[in-house]
Design a binder for this molecule. Structure first.
Ligand code: AHR
Length: 497
């Protein structure tokens, strides 16, 4: 007897799920770039880690944000181009990185290395320009270096550095957390700085480039800040009224929940915190729409994921790769699908080794974390159209919140429906009946299940990664109804044709 009922409404279309909702973020921090993406002795020719490159390529990641994070607003891109032996080492104000864990940036991985990594893994690059300690000239020069095809000194330098064709970088972030590490600005201050940068970078776009740039402003989890930013940015005497294509915020969750010490109450609290992302999406969209009535501005969740107390500066922001983190990522990706009408991108933090990474390395070994399996399972949603689902599920009270035991989302493409489900209940399996108009005993259904026999705090390492791969999920189809059983803290993906 089922205790959860889900109805899929294929006619109630939300919007296309931008593939960029499955984007990633990598910063010069800890072992993300050095050791993570770069400097594998097994590929001495290029320095890229071939094992990490093949894991990331297999995931078909749509976008990769770089070089930060707080690092971005203390970074001069010109330090990281040209012959490696001529590049200066610089102190870094925010993070230790590199093999010796010193607050020094060797600059051996710079713009060309990053953009060529993106070419290798087939992803769209997203560069974050320095607003905090930088100036519009630096940002405009960076765009010119990357994207201009004419006869200027900067375009020639790119050619000399091995890339004759412009890279065509589309996404440009104007600053990072400028309310905090990026200059501690008020929203009005940031709006004025932002407008100055956007004037110059935007003029490049109009006059010199043969493709469009998309400009991204960095917002805040305090939504009054976002509203004030939007009001100030919309006030102008000349030029584009709202010179931004996207407004972002960062959402980390789990800061009080150490995996090693967590009990089941802590898991419940952690999952409730992850689900708070929904209200942030709704509130930032409301702040945009209240002010920007004349143009569409997308919502980006630029950095998101679990951040446990284990991840401190001294550990290079590393934390174990667990099932509970993977389950939380699945619940968040379902939320993104529900908001595909306002969301244009999201980037989980961070790609390799740091925070809620998908890939972990140790010396010569590299492996997929449980969250990698989740992104893989959710991949069929990318580019589909999200449709409404109604979910009737039992819940548990967690402080002032209610944790829904079962969640999910659905999307359609051609003759196919793709459904993802999560059981967020650590205590019990749940039987789920899904009403799908048109389904019957001859409908072609296949399902995959993640973490069915794993505990919440199971940690992946190089020797056990296969234990986190998906297994087949039993799906029973009857008249308009599909029935499945979801084990505690598990994630499922179901294709219906
Ligand atoms: O991802 C780690 C840090 O978290 C980033 O540098 C910063 O943007 C955020 O606060």
């Amino acid at each position: 007897m089922s205790d959860v009922q889900i109805t899929v409404h294929p006619e109630a279309r939300i919007d296309r799920i931008a593939p960029e909702l499955h984007g990633h973020f990598s910063e010069h921090l800890g072992r993300c770039v050095y050791d993570g993406l770069y400097h594998d002795p097994s590929s001495p020719e290029t320095g890229f880690r071939s094992d990490v490159v093949s894991l990331l390529s297999a995931l078909d990641i749509p976008v990769l944000r770089w070089p930060g994070g707080c690092f971005a607003d203390d970074y001069n891109w010109e330090d990281g181009i040209g012959p490696q032996e001529d590049r200066p080492a610089r102190r870094n104000l925010f993070w230790a990185q590199g093999r010796e864990e010193r607050p020094e940036e060797p600059n051996s991985f710079g713009t060309d290395e990053f953009l060529q990594l993106c070419e290798r893994i087939g992803t769209e690059p997203y560069l974050a320009a320095n607003v905090g300690s930088g100036d519009p000239q630096q940002a405009t020069d960076w765009v010119e270096y990357c994207n201009y095809d004419g006869d200027t000194e900067l375009a020639d330098r790119r050619r000399e550095n091995g890339h004759p064709e412009p890279y065509g970088v589309k996404y440009w972030g104007i600053g990072n957390e400028n309310w905090g590490c990026g200059g501690q600005m008020t929203p009005e201050q940031y709006a004025r700085e932002y407008r100055k940068f956007a004037t110059y970078v935007g003029s490049m776009d109009k006059l010199l480039l043969d493709h469009d740039l998309e400009l991204i402003a960095c917002g805040f989890e305090g939504h009054e800040w976002n509203r004030r930013f939007m009001e100030e940015i919309g006030t102008n005497a000349w030029g584009v009224e709202f010179p931004l294509d996207h407004l972002t915020l960062h959402h980390y969750y789990g800061r009080t929940i150490t995996i090693e010490e967590a009990d089941t109450d802590a898991f419940d609290r952690f999952l409730c915190e992850a689900l708070e992302i929904e209200s942030h999406i709704e509130r930032i969209a409301a702040a945009i729409n209240a002010v920007a009535t004349t143009r569409d501005i997308g919502v980006i969740i630029d950095e998101w994921g679990a951040w446990h107390p284990e991840a401190v500066a001294e550990s290079g922001l590393e934390q174990p790769g667990t099932v509970i983190d993977g389950v939380s990522a699945a619940a968040v990706l379902d939320v993104f699908n529900h908001h595909s009408d306002v969301m244009t991108m999201s980037n989980i933090a961070q790609t390799v080794n740091v925070l809620h990474c998908l890939v972990e390395t140790d010396g010569e070994a590299a492996w997929a974390r449980p969250t990698y399996r989740v992104f893989d399972l959710y991949a069929p949603h990318k580019g589909n159209t999200a449709v409404e689902t109604s979910i009737a599920t039992p819940t548990r009270a967690v402080g002032d919140d209610e944790l829904p035991f079962v969640g999910g989302s659905a999307s359609v493409a051609d003759e196919e429906t793709y459904l993802t489900l999560t059981n967020l209940d650590h205590a019990a399996a749940h039987d789920v009946d899904i009403t799908l108009p048109g389904a019957n005993a001859t409908t072609d259904v296949s399902g995959s299940l993640l973490f069915g026999d794993q505990s919440a705090d199971a940690v992946v390492d190089a020797s056990n990664e296969e234990a986190f791969e998906s297994t087949a999920l039993d799906c029973v189809v009857d008249d308009h109804t599909l029935s499945v059983e979801l084990p505690p803290l598990s994630v499922a993906g179901i294709t219906v044709r």
